[in-house]
Ligand binder design. Structure first.
Ligand code: SPV
Ligand code: MG
Length: 434
């Protein structure tokens, strides 16, 4: 047992609060050797689990204060590969809750890697106590509070090369945005934010996307989503309506904890942009739209909330010059971000806009909605200076054909047996919501 103290054991944590479950791991680890704790970087936390409510430096301090921990390092990635290569510990210790789901690949990679220096993975039963659940619930609920949630989009813009938002229009789709985690190349990832699309919010209500669903109803959707999620919300604010209404609405959204509203520079009866010039759509004047932006900004009470100006010049075939002129004017009027839209499959005009805009403006976030130009990857967008990518309608568009097919099959077969293989199991649906 003499050389026990020479042995090292590594444990990685993403937590903001140390509870009995973590102490269990720490105490067990001490039986094997000198404990090195890896604290996940803020960006890795976002990809792995959820936004940390403590900065990484504070989480490092929290572990440094424990007598049972001999060293604390920062684990930059959700994958253990780099940190384990550096430390080459004799053991890695983890709760046994990572054998299933996206984390199982991370676990497998750890086991494989440890073999190269005869290391070993120690797994202990995950602590499922009332207290652990309570601590976890409190942390989650805190993240959902307006003052924490609202500023999170700005925080993510600092942390992430590309902030990825997915469309949601209900509590259920909110849960999908909140909980979907994937593993790819040994790294975990998830969506950063949610987009409450006017198209999908209207479609879910069986209504056209013409600002017919009024703000009270849109706010009900926001509320439904907020009840069950913690991620930041970007609301599709259509044209923003009358300036006199917009100034009230931004304050309501800010108070609720929404992070951003995107308003488009159209006026009159709004139609969905993807119709392009097939339907009559009128672009607002630069002057009017700048006035709307600056009045909205003046009405805000925090620096957290973002008003993002959406430019429809390419949709309405008004040319690149017009789009750029508007972008500079809207930023000057106080816009916290610019969304540039296009309905071309070829991303050429989007890239041209971003590259030109970035020549004179390197800081204002650029937002894109790649529904038509969907072959472009997030990394390619980032190369052109894009900061936020919104997948604006894909959940609705995937659910609709699935539901339609099920309805058709039941009608054809006069029973539901034939559709059952394509359905979520009853056990899964009744246990979906905790
Ligand atoms: C929406 O999702 O409602 C949008 C984006 O505004 S688009 O449908 O492309 O106009
Ligand atoms: Mg819309």
């Amino acid at each position: 047992m003499n050389n026990k103290n020479e042995k090292t054991i590594y444990a990685s944590f993403s937590t903001d609060v140390i509870h009995e479950g973590h102490m269990n791991i720490i105490n067990e680890a001490n039986k094997y050797g000198r404990l090195i704790v890896g604290v996940l970087s803020d960006e890795a936390c976002v990809k792995f689990d959820r936004f940390p409510s403590l900065h990484v430096d504070d989480r490092v301090k929290m572990f440094e204060e424990l007598a049972e921990v001999s060293e604390v390092v920062i684990q930059e990635e959700t994958s253990y590969t780099d940190i384990l290569n550096t430390i080459q510990p004799n053991y890695v210790i983890h709760g046994d809750n990572w054998a299933k789901g996206p984390q199982s690949v991370i676990r497998q990679n750890v086991i494989e890697q440890l073999k190269s220096w005869d290391g070993q993975l120690i797994e202990i039963p995950y602590t499922r106590s009332e207290n652990v659940k309570k601590v976890d619930d409190i942390a989650r609920e805190k993240l959902a509070m307006p003052e924490y949630r609202r500023k999170r989009l700005r925080q993510l813009l600092e942390l992430r090369p590309t902030v990825k938002a997915i469309e949601v229009h209900s509590g259920l789709t909110g849960l999908i945005a909140e909980k979907t985690v994937v593993e790819r190349d040994g790294e975990l990832d998830q969506f950063d934010a949610m987009w409450i699309s006017s198209l999908c919010d209207s479609t879910a209500k069986g209504k056209p996307d013409i600002e017919l669903v009024d703000m009270s109803s849109r706010l009900d959707t926001v509320n439904d989503v907020m009840e069950v999620t913690t991620k930041p919300i970007i609301l599709d604010g259509d044209t923003g309506g009358l300036v006199e209404h917009f100034v009230y609405n931004v304050r309501t959204l800010e108070r609720m904890g929404v992070s951003a509203v995107i308003i488009e520079d159209k006026t009159g009866l709004k139609k969905n942009s993807l119709f392009g010039t097939e339907v009559k759509q009128t672009q607002d004047s630069i002057e009017n739209f700048c006035h709307k932006i600056s009045e909205g900004k003046n009405a805000l009470r925090t620096d957290d909330f973002m008003i993002i100006a959406r430019i429809e010049s390419l949709i309405l075939e008004q040319g690149m010059e017009d789009a750029l002129e508007r972008a500079y004017a809207y930023v000057e009027a106080g816009a916290d971000g610019i969304m540039i839209h296009s309905r071309k499959e070829d991303p050429g005009e989007i890239f041209e806009f971003c590259d030109s805009f970035r020549k004179t403006n390197q800081t204002t976030p650029i937002v894109v909605v790649p529904t038509s130009f969907n072959s472009v990857t997030e990394a390619e967008f980032a190369e052109h200076g894009v900061n936020i990518v919104i997948y604006a309608n894909q959940l609705t568009r995937s659910a609709f054909p699935a539901m339609q097919e099920t309805a058709t099959k039941i009608l054809e077969c006069h029973r539901a047996k034939e559709v059952d293989d394509n359905l979520m199991s009853i056990k899964d649906i009744i246990t979906l919501i905790d």
